[in-house]
Design a protein around this ligand. Structure first.
Ligand code: ZN
Length: 162
């Protein structure tokens, strides 16, 4: 188990566009394992490779048992369809101690590669759809803070966090 250091807002790597993954090496597999360990160690629901300093189009998400027993590992993901709208509180492991209101699609259908670069599709709604959209933005160098409606708030002001 290895916990990697999370890059925080202000670090220029978070504004860079990550590169397509064309080959899975033992290093890539280790990266994914470490990303999961890192995400769970701080009770995050999603983490992109750029957040641990690697500009590859990979993210992991786990929105809880309602969305499947295993974490989702998405490599080279692309959104095929999105619809609806959900407005809710969002935070980011790279922006510690903060949250803000963001509107996202309520439904997304994505195509991505798995750890063997085999394509698969994933259709989901609500929290997992939100998490996927948030992580997709990371792969293109965008942070949720630019989408926040109103002010970015301190978590100490929150009664309930996502
Ligand atoms: Zn984030």
């Amino acid at each position: 188990m290895a916990i990697r250091n999370i890059r925080e807002i202000g670090d220029e790597i978070l504004s860079k566009v990550s590169k397509e993954v064309t080959i899975i090496t033992p290093r890539t597999k280790l990266l994914i394992k470490d990303m999961l360990d890192t995400m769970y160690s701080i009770e995050g629901i999603g983490l992109s490779a750029c957040q641990v300093g690697v500009l590859k189009r990979i993210f992991v998400v786990d929105a809880g048992e309602d969305y499947g027993e295993e974490p989702h590992i998405l490599i080279n993901p692309r959104i095929l369809e999105k619809s609806g709208e959900q407005t809710g509180s969002e935070g980011c492991l790279s922006v510690p101690g903060k949250h803000g209101t963001v509107t996202r699609p309520n439904y997304v259908k994505v195509i991505a590669h798995d750890e063997n670069l085999k394509p698969f599709e994933l259709e989901t709604t609500e929290l997992l759809a939100r998490a996927i959209c948030h992580e997709m933005d990371h792969l293109d160098g965008r942070l949720y803070v630019d989408l926040v409606e109103g002010e970015l708030k301190d978590n100490s002001e929150a009664e309930e966090e996502e």
